[in-house]
Design a protein around this ligand. Structure first.
Ligand code: ADP
Ligand code: ADP
Length: 235
C-alpha cells in the first residue's frame, strides 16, 4: 500500500478548475517529480496535499493519518493539523523569518510545535545545518545569506520537524543556476537517504536523474506518469 496517497483531488477557484481529479500514491522512500507548463495546477495540487489549500474534494492519507473533503465532508482543524504535521514544505521563495538568525529560524518551530527545549532544538538545528553545509551561518541573518543558502536553511527548517514526507514547490526557480545546484545537491542527498518526496520542478535533469517517477500535469490533470527515462524519451 502507498505511504502517501492523494485520491481524487479537485480544486476549483470559482468556475476555474485548477486541479482535476488527481490521484497520486507514493511508497515510502519514493521520489516523484511533478512537471508541466506554468498554470497546470502543480503548485495548487502540492498545496492541497499539504492542506495549505483545502481542496474542493478529495482524500489525503499519510501513513494512518487520513482526511476526506467534499460536499458534506468538512475537515476538522485537528485533523488538518495532524496531517500537516507529517509533511515538510519548501517554497519557491524560502519564506524565512528575516528578523531571526538562521539558527532561530530552524529552532523556533521545534520549540513551538514539538515542545522541544531550546537546548534540544538548538542541537538538532546545528546537526541539520551541518547536513545542508551551513553550520558556519548559524548566527547570520537570512539577509546575509545567498538565495541558495536561504533555501538550504528552509530545507533544514522543514526537516527539523521530522516530517514523513517532504514537499518541494519549485525550490530552485528563484535561484541562479549555480546556487540552484547547491540546493539540488542537498535534495539529491535527501532522496538517497530514503526521504519520501514530491518535487514540483522545471529542473528536467533532476526530474530524470533523481526521481523514481515523473508525473506530467496539463490543465489541472495528470496526462502522463511513469519511469523518468520513458517520460523524457516520449515525443
Ligand atoms: P502551476 O504551479 O502548474 O504553475 P498553479 O497551481 O500555480 O499552476 O495554478 C493553476 C491555476 O490555478 C492557474 O490558472 C492559477 O491562476 C489558478 N490559481 C491558483 N491559485 C489560485 C487562487 N488562489 N485563486 C484563483 N485561481 C488560482
Ligand atoms: P506558482 O505558479 O509558483 O504557484 P503563482 O504566481 O501562480 O505562482 O501563484 C502565486 C500565488 O498567487 C499563489 O498563492 C496562488 O494561490 C495565487 N494565485 C495564482 N493565481 C491566482 C488567481 N488567478 N487569483 C488569485 N490568486 C491567484
Amino acid at each position: 500500500p502507498a505511504f502517501l496517497e492523494a485520491s481524487g483531488v479537485t480544486m476549483r477557484f470559482g468556475d476555474h478548475v485548477a486541479v482535476r481529479d488527481v490521484t497520486l500514491g507514493l511508497a515510502r522512500g519514493e521520489v516523484v517529480s511533478i512537471i508541466g507548463p506554468s498554470g497546470a495546477g502543480k503548485s495548487t495540487f502540492l498545496r492541497c496535499v499539504n492542506l495549505l489549500e483545502i481542496p474542493t474534494r478529495g482524500t489525503l492519507r499519510v501513513g494512518d493519518t487520513s482526511l476526506s473533503v467534499g460536499p458534506g465532508a468538512t475537515p476538522r482543524e485537528r485533523d488538518i493539523q495532524a496531517l500537516r504535521r507529517r509533511l515538510g514544505m519548501v517554497f519557491q521563495n524560502f519564506n524565512l523569518f528575516p528578523h531571526l538568525t538562521v539558527l532561530r529560524n530552524v529552532s523556533l518551530a521545534q520549540e513551538r510545535v514539538l515542545g522541544r527545549s531550546p537546548a534540544e532544538a538548538e542541537a538538532r538545528s546545528m546537526s541539520l545545518l551541518e547536513r545542508v553545509g551551513l553550520a558556519d551561518k548559524a548566527g547570520a541573518y537570512p539577509g546575509r545569506c545567498s538565495g541558495g543558502q536561504q533555501q538550504r536553511v528552509a530545507i533544514a527548517r522543514a526537516l527539523a520537524l521530522d516530517p514523513a514526507v517532504m514537499l518541494f514547490d519549485e525550490p530552485t526557480s528563484a535561484l541562479d543556476p549555480e546556487v540552484g545546484a547547491e540546493v539540488l545537491a542537498v535534495m539529491k542527498e535527501l532522496a538517497a537517504d530514503g526521504m519520501t518526496m514530491i518535487v514540483v520542478t522545471h529542473e528536467m535533469a533532476f526530474a530524470r536523474d533523481v526521481s523514481d517517477r515523473i508525473v506530467v500535469m496539463v490543465d489541472g490533470a495528470v496526462v502522463e506518469a511513469g519511469d523518468p527515462h520513458q517520460i523524457m524519451a516520449s515525443p
